[in-house]
Write a protein that binds this ligand. Structure first.
Ligand code: SF4
Ligand code: SF4
Length: 199
């Protein structure tokens, strides 16, 4: 059975919100004078804001920045176009088109890898930076360790990152390869799922 709860009674002052607005403005004005005068003169810098972009805070190590696609040692993308990332993406902002390595492709033959992305596009403006794509990837082919966030822009097209752009973005330490190497099909230590050894 539903329980009825009485509406709390408000005083006349609370009903017009003026005292609460004045209290809020008091906090704002207090922070303004504190940041403008006292903190700058004191040895201990207590100021709560920084002059961005001249000053930048150091992002934490696990900061999720703009995506990058990792490379193999021969420069090809580690991505095998399995679509796990685009399936996991809640914002549906990853678009992938898969292609097959030609049978006579020497690097594909030695690695026994069938597919690669002919197109890989991320709409960084729709992305909510949840990191699900990175978690879903079985190849460590997509990472968010670039160390920077999306630069502001007034053009929508600047937020559409294609495969070439994603592969040109390095990690924060400058590397372009995986930070979490796993055996790939064709590696001697791979457990054995490839063209010759099925599931
Ligand atoms: S971080 Fe999240 S929203 Fe952004 S592309 Fe990856 S899965 Fe999609
Ligand atoms: S980035 Fe990873 S999860 Fe996404 S398609 Fe490529 S291999 Fe699959």
């Amino acid at each position: 059975m539903a329980k009825l709860i009485d509406k709390p009674k408000m005083t006349a002052a609370e009903s017009v919100y003026v005292p609460e607005i004045a209290k809020g403005l008091g906090v704002t004005i207090g922070r303004f004078f504190n940041n403008t005068f006292r903190s700058r003169q004191s040895e201990k810098n207590e100021i709560d804001t920084i002059s961005y972009p001249e000053e930048k805070r150091t992002y934490p190590e696990r900061f999720r920045g703009v995506h990058r696609l990792t490379h193999r040692s021969d420069g090809s993308p580690r991505c095998v176009a399995c679509l796990c990332c685009s399936t996991a993406c809640p914002a549906q902002c990853i678009h992938i088109e898969a292609g097959e390595y030609p049978a006579d492709d020497p690097s594909a033959e030695s690695r026994v890898i069938e597919k690669f992305p002919t197109a890989f596009v991320i709409d960084e403006l729709r992305c909510i930076f949840c990191g699900f794509c990175v978690e879903a990837c079985p190849c460590d082919a997509i990472r968010m360790d670039s160390g920077f966030h999306m630069p502001p822009s007034t053009q929508r097209s600047h937020f559409i990152f294609d495969k070439e752009m994603l592969m040109a973005i390095p990690a924060a330490d400058g590397s372009v390869e995986t930070h979490n190497p796993r055996p790939e099909p064709g590696d001697a230590k791979h457990p054995g799922v490839d063209r010759e050894h099925g599931h």
